[in-house]
Ligand binder design. Structure first.
Ligand SMILES: [Zn+2]
Length: 444
């Protein structure tokens, strides 16, 4: 089916970044075939279905480079006796407690609600990091089914950890390997797999070796790095080296590997990340919420490291993450002049580069040949808006739920805030039931 999305301010991104007044984008099946003005494209493709942007902003779908579907049912949950004093207490008392109770049914509903919210926030590609030690086998397949049902592009992994014993660790490695293999036999370009790892301090050298043996060529790892100082102390104490050095020595780094956070990394570790072309994903709101410190994100970017932006399960709204990153780095450095360029670069340019390391179609850009991942934001600027200042308009003028239309892989998933072919009310009703059930099991 051919689609035209027009009658709006169109922002292309990419090498030929432009803002086209009364712009329009044409998609044939899953790819963009033309970008121009509404008049031009309507004349060239008179038979195409026309999606009216009603004067809003037409832009590429957003990419979330680090999310946690399994955290969905934490919203509003109160766990008996949970009074965390530090980051490890938060992990063990909340996140591991939740994931130890997650069944496949819980995982399925967490995934449906998360992808639903992603569509509503204009996020068309999600890199997820999953844990459900209550139901490991098949969990990535259940999530992939939910992504397929809702039509969201996704790259999944299961977080391998020694924290629940050897048998479960091995089941987690197998789940990654099985899923990666299934993705290699899938030519839709809608789902990809990685080898997920929790964090250095819950992974022995022998577990890392097992993960490496089970990871096919061309596939990397997705791991949390030095999110808390406990991860650094553990690595120094047990192995006599810092986290990045340890991961490097274990063959975990490389251009296909995503390291989340990298808060407590020093200059030598940054050099290693750069030499190995390893990806880093910054999750500002989560870092502030967990009170784990501010990563040296801007320095990493100035050194030429590839840093993308995620949410770490805190939200599915990438505009929210952008706002948090903007304030965090200004606040941290006591310098209101910083972060203006770096934060949009993370979200728009670097997340597209990260996307390109897993998906074949070009993501994060509206240009001929790119994936037909297109969103419309309900936004009418109060000041002049052009290609060079559109990031300022996004930072101060847009929220995820201002997205009114979401097209993924050439298919309309939401139009004028109405979901298309998706019963959102039913998904949320079932999700509340499932969450209540999970909560009662957690507090039993
Ligand atoms: Zn995370």
């Amino acid at each position: 089916m051919m689609l035209l999305v027009g009658n709006g301010r169109l922002i292309t991104r990419g090498e030929n970044h432009r803002l086209i007044e009364n712009g329009c984008v044409a998609a044939d099946q899953d790819r963009i075939i033309a970008v121009g003005t509404t008049e031009e494209l309507r004349a060239n493709y008179p038979e195409a279905e026309f999606v009216d942007a009603h004067g809003g902003v037409i832009m590429p779908g957003l990419i979330n480079a680090h999310n946690h579907i399994y955290s969905a049912f934490a919203r509003g949950l109160s766990i008996k006796g949970y009074q965390p004093k530090n980051f490890l207490d938060i992990l063990d008392g909340q996140w591991w407690t939740i994931d130890r109770h997650l069944t496949l049914a819980d995982t399925k509903m967490s995934a449906l609600t998360t992808y639903l919210d992603c569509i509503r926030c204009g996020v068309t590609t999600v890199f997820d990091h999953h844990a459900s030690y209550g139901g490991i086998e098949g969990s990535l397949f259940v999530i992939a089914d939910a992504a397929k049902e809702l039509g969201v592009r996704t790259c999944l992994c299961y977080e391998v950890s020694d924290r629940d014993g050897e048998e479960k660790m091995k089941a987690a490695v197998k789940e990654n390997a099985d899923f990666i293999r299934s993705c290699q036999n899938d030519d839709t370009d809608m789902r990809k797999g990685m080898m997920g790892l929790h964090a250095s301090f819950t992974l022995s050298d022998s577990t890392l070796a097992l993960c490496r043996e089970n990871t096919p060529d061309g596939v990397g790892f997705h791991i949390h790095v030095a999110e808390g100082m406990a991860d650094v102390y553990d690595s120094l104490k047990k192995y006599g080296k810092r986290v990045i050095n340890r991961l490097h020595d274990n063959g975990i780094l490389g251009s296909q590997t995503i390291t989340g956070h990298c808060i407590h990394v020093n200059g030598i570790e940054m050099d290693i990340l750069k030499e190995t072309d390893t990806m880093i994903v910054h999750n500002p709101e989560s870092n502030m919420g967990n009170a784990v410190g501010c990563p040296p994100t801007l320095e990493m970017m100035h050194r030429g490291l590839l840093v993308g932006l995620g949410t770490d399960g805190y939200t599915n709204d990438m505009f929210e993450s952008m706002k948090a990153a903007n304030c965090l780095h200004k606040h941290n450095l006591c310098d209101p002049t910083v972060a203006w360029g770096e934060v949009p670069q993370m979200l728009f340019e670097n997340n597209a580069v990260i996307g390109a390391r897993y998906f074949s179609k070009k993501l994060g850009v509206l240009e001929e040949g790119a994936a037909a991942d297109i969103i419309v934001v309900d936004y009418d600027p109060l000041t002049p808006m052009h290609a060079d200042n559109c990031n300022g308009h996004m930072l101060f003028g847009m929220m995820g739920h201002d997205v009114v239309t979401t097209i993924i892989d050439g298919k309309l998933r939401m139009k004028d805030r109405e979901l298309v072919g998706i019963d959102g009310v039913e998904i949320l009703a079932k999700s509340r039931e499932q969450a209540a059930d999970l909560w009662s099991r957690i507090n039993a």
